[in-house]
Design a protein around this ligand. Sequence first.
Ligand SMILES: [Fe+2]
Length: 398
Amino acid sequence: MLKSGVYLQMAPVLFGRGTFATIAENAKKLGMTRVFLITDKGIPETSPVTNAKKMLEDAGLSAVGWNGVQPDAPEQVIKDAAAIARRERVDGVIGIGGGSSLDTAKLVSVVTVNGDEVLKGPTLVENLMAVLTGQKTERDLYPKKPLPLLLISTTAGTGAESTYVAVVSSIDLDIKVGLVRAGDFAIVDPSLTDTAPPIVTAFTGLDAFSHANEALTDEKNTAHADLLAYEAMRLIAKWLPIAVKDGANNEARDNLALASNFAGISFSESGVHIGHSAAHALGHKYHLPHGMCCAWATPAVIEFVAKDYPEKTKKIGAAMGIDVKSDDPKVIGKTVADAVRALMKDVKLPSPKEKGLTKEQVTSLKPLIYKEPLCETYDGVVTEQDVVTLLDTIYDRF
Ligand SMILES: [Fe+2]
């Protein structure tokens, strides 16, 4: 019997090479006249993104640029940005960048009009739970309608343009937590990923792969999420090594941007679980890129879930071009995990050892991971011993 569940339909997405040129047209369609334009500082000069302000102004809009984005959106940074947006009397927000920029734009669109109170720890948790349990939708959460929001992704990894939660580092709670806000419109223009260096291409692509992988076995999983997840994995397995070797291969870049968006829709609807618990702990503790930590966890997650989901694990293999003959869940898990390990080596992802981590540093994260809320969203049982095995596997069997 197929599992019942909600198919989430997020912001419409305009996909395609060159679609960034429609930024002003789409901002106008959303009713914007004075835009708060959020970008991060690391934009290469060759990127079309550097022209965004001029493109808006040439079309008769005014724009206030702000590039103070920080990873995992510290609460104070969001409050400061929203204060500027309020003072500048903007009537719309555009976020351009990777996950942190898009999440910051989501947060600012809400906080600018609703005030800092919506960032209070209990309010964030209450709102998130109300949406996750289906009691409320975004429309019911905020006293004032958030500012119109256009999201433009520049990395093929997070899929944040199609997710409905923005990560914020809460002062009250002293953890990362989610604020509920989807974009009103998204643009995925693969040409914006053309300047990503090989290592960034590798770990963002593998981050998207991990979203698809974990979405298959999250408790909110649906058949619709699966469809997108398998296709995202097929595209990444095929095109990631090509894009890493030749960043100018447009076909590879296009397919990875599409895969990242598919994986984003899939995990926004379904969810991610222990792989991301481990990745959050590793990234937070040792200041490592999110995608790299997610990639390290992926083969270990595949070996862990294979006992509960042998058929799904086989299908991951099929998406990667491997016909797993065995019906033994252990063999299935190992075969498919080894294929992901081969993909990681092919794209030259460094191992935990190569990044200077000791085994003790990795295994000491067990209590942190076991306490992480995402550890509970796997559609099955996770024991403390499972977390120990996961961490051993991450370190020993890269
Ligand atoms: Fe991720």
